[in-house]
Design a protein. Structure first.
Length: 663
């Protein structure tokens, strides 16, 4: 039995694969302690499957603990130890403006405030030690940290990627004298040049690790009490790690939740399509989009999150504040806006009947007929159309519109925001979205898929049966992954096959990996005089000419030309060790009888049409034409006129656009 549990902003999703069948369940997310919602979802899915916790062989978990803590600024009280004279590095940053046209817009405040920064009298340069770190200075720094009494401390000294001795000495002293203090060390976490990004990543790690450790500790205890397998935890890189390692690495799990969805999208695109798809994960709070090529999600080695750089491997996901619970509002100029504020799990959209009174995207979908009041929602939520009408009607009065017009406008604005997000990861990066299928998932994604696909000129939609819980399914399919990197700065006579192989071997020996682990190597290269490098994948023992050819090809693809006589520099080497955990097979489509059929009115464009409603889980070979709605266990796929759909052997709905929808 394989179990995956993903925590979202509104619902916590659970997927259990047992005896060739897939079982799913949802429970409301518990923001104060996510482990409570996790255990409720697990108990629900086990009950549906008639299984015992002790029968679960593999449990993978994705969460939003780190994500929420960064966004809400409620991490640990964090101190920073830096080289004397460089303690303000986080505020100096790169001296570029966060927003080009907002001259007064500031960066988010540093997570290590000025009063919690300590300068260490030492100095390492590019060529070696300039000012040694003496024992008396170590004692002084430790005493100062003891006086400040932080929960966590980040150590980031100049040139520590080249020489780790000073950072290691400080870390060892702190861990010995203050054993309950979490210590994040830049040379252990990110031994690379560019001191600001290294410092920011280390501080993020220190800021999140204590919070993450407490949460995973509670979850581990809850699993032990239920005789449930100890979970492995999804990392931002799209691979899982053991709970012990995950609880100490705060910066590695910032994108834990979205990463599971990206892996799930890759799995579905490979099994049910040609391997190329655009993932659209629309939950209750936000929407995450990604590009899947040949069944694999693109990765990036650095990204900004909440205004802070995190220079660690992560799935290349772009997020916008458009979810089913996103609140619609009128701005000061009188325009209709949607999000980023969300109704969340408590109280949730107005139609959930839990005290919410502000209009959300879900309320609009209910009023337009895309959702059926009789169908209800996962987690034992019954929809209340009167409450939705009251909430949307209040906003409509402010806008001078009829409630139906306001509801249609809410959906249109939300679609525009998600379309813009997909353009960021496709058109703006030279990818033609028309060559991909749109793969919507999350509780709300399939509701909006057809409108977004039409806007992007896309003609194919893949909607999996487990669309509403695909992130949890992706957790089960994830591989164990360990990443490391090192700045080497090799060029000229130093750039030789032997030296490269030596550096790769040294990196590989530092990774905790099994004998069957596969090694993926990425060489970050540039031409002399350039400020930034490009990633080039290669073998563990590449020839220099091979790397030069790879750089030229990537440079031409990215910038449109290749330098004729540029000298190649190898800046960083990145290494990932991956091990397959479970070979996940998608269950076959269930059901052999007729699907449940019904009808209800729904608004498309400016007119109301009869919507053909297909309930339950339609069998393989089932076909339908728009306007229709497939009411799946955790989500609803709506197709307007001009779309034809059929169900494949894995219960995935394959929809193709054959003409333009009316209106």
């Amino acid at each position: 039995m394989l179990l995956g549990v993903d925590v979202g902003g509104t619902f916590t999703d659970a997927v259990l694969i047992a005896a060739g069948e897939i079982h799913t369940a949802k429970a409301p997310t518990t923001p104060d302690d996510q482990s409570q919602g996790v255990t409720v979802a697990i108990e629900a899915v086990l009950e549906l499957a008639g299984a015992k916790p002790s029968e679960v062989e593999h449990f993978a978990h994705g969460m939003t603990v780190g994500t929420n803590a960064l966004l809400e600024r409620r991490g640990a009280r964090t101190a920073l130890i830096a080289t004397e004279g460089f303690t303000d590095l986080l505020e100096i940053a790169r001296q570029d403006r966060p927003s080009l046209y907002h001259l007064c817009r500031d960066r988010p405040p540093p997570m290590a405030p000025p009063e919690l920064r300590v300068g260490a009298r030492e100095r390492i340069g590019a060529a070696g030690v300039i000012d040694a770190l003496r024992d008396a200075e170590i004692e002084r720094v430790v005493a100062e940290i003891r006086r400040l009494d932080p929960e966590s401390v980040a150590i980031c000294l100049l040139f520590s990627y080249a020489d780790q001795a000073h950072e290691r000495a400080l870390a060892a002293a702190l861990r010995q004298v203050l054993p309950d203090l979490h210590v994040s060390v830049s040379s252990e976490l990110l031994p690379q040049f560019r001191e600001y990004e290294r410092c920011s990543t280390t501080v993020v790690d220190a800021y999140l690790a204590p919070l993450l450790g407490r949460y995973l500790g509670r979850l581990r205890t809850a699993c032990a009490e239920r005789r449930l397998a100890e979970p492995v935890v999804m990392q931002s890189s799209g691979g899982v790690a053991e709970i012990e390692a995950a609880s100490k690495g705060g910066a590695w799990s910032v994108l834990s939740g979205p990463a599971g969805g990206a892996v799930g999208a890759g799995l579905l695109a490979s099994v049910c399509g040609n391997g190329n798809a655009l993932g659209l994960d629309m939950g209750g709070t936000s929407c995450d989009v990604c590009v899947v090529e040949e069944g694999r999600v693109r990765r990036t080695d650095a990204r900004m999150f909440a205004g802070r750089p995190i220079q660690l491997p992560a799935v290349d996901v772009h997020t916008v504040g458009a979810g089913g619970g996103s609140i619609a509002w009128r701005d000061s100029g009188g325009a209709l806006r949607v999000g980023p504020r969300s109704a969340g799990a408590r109280p949730g959209p107005a139609c959930y009947g839990r005290g919410g009174d502000e209009p959300t995207v879900t309320d609009a979908n209910l009023l337009l007929g895309y959702l059926g009041e009789e169908a209800g929602m996962p987690g034992e939520v019954e929809l209340d159309s009167e409450a939705a009408a009251a909430a949307v009607g209040s906003l409509a009065a402010e806008l001078g519109l009829e409630p139906e017009q306001a509801a249609a406008g809410i959906v249109e604005v939300a679609n525009a925001e998600m379309t813009r997000a997909l353009r960021v990861v496709t058109v703006e990066r030279g990818v033609d979205p028309r060559e991909f299928a749109l793969l919507p998932f999350g509780g709300a994604g399939p509701l909006h898929a057809a409108g977004i696909a039409a806007e992007l000129g896309m003609d194919r939609i893949l909607c999996p049966r487990a669309s509403g819980v695909l992130s949890a399914l992706g957790l089960i399919a994830s591989e164990r992954r360990r990443d490391t990197a090192r700045t080497v700065m090799l060029s000229g006579s130093e750039l030789t096959p032997g030296r490269i192989a030596e550096e790769v071997e040294s990196l590989a020996s530092s990774l905790d990996r099994g004998p069957d682990a596969a090694l993926d190597v990425t060489y970050e290269l540039r031409y002399r005089g350039q400020a930034f490098e490009l990633p080039v994948p290669g073998p563990t023992d590449p020839e220099v000419d091979e790397l030069a050819a790879g750089l030229a090809s990537e440079h031409e693809r990215r910038y449109g030309y290749r330098p004729a006589d540029g000298e190649v520099e190898l800046v960083n080497i990145r290494l990932a060790a991956t091990e397959s955990i479970e070979d996940v097979k998608l269950p076959r489509a269930g059901g052999s009888g007729e699907a449940e059929r019904g009808r209800r009115p729904a608004r498309f464009g400016s007119e109301w049409l009869d919507l053909d409603v297909i309930g339950g889980e339609p069998p393989a070979g089932f076909e339908a034409s728009g306007p229709c709605a497939f009411e799946l266990p955790e989500t609803t796929l709506v197709l307007p006129a001009g779309w034809n759909a059929h169900v494949d052997e894995h219960a995935t709905i394959l929809a193709e656009r054959t003409g333009a929808a009316p209106g």
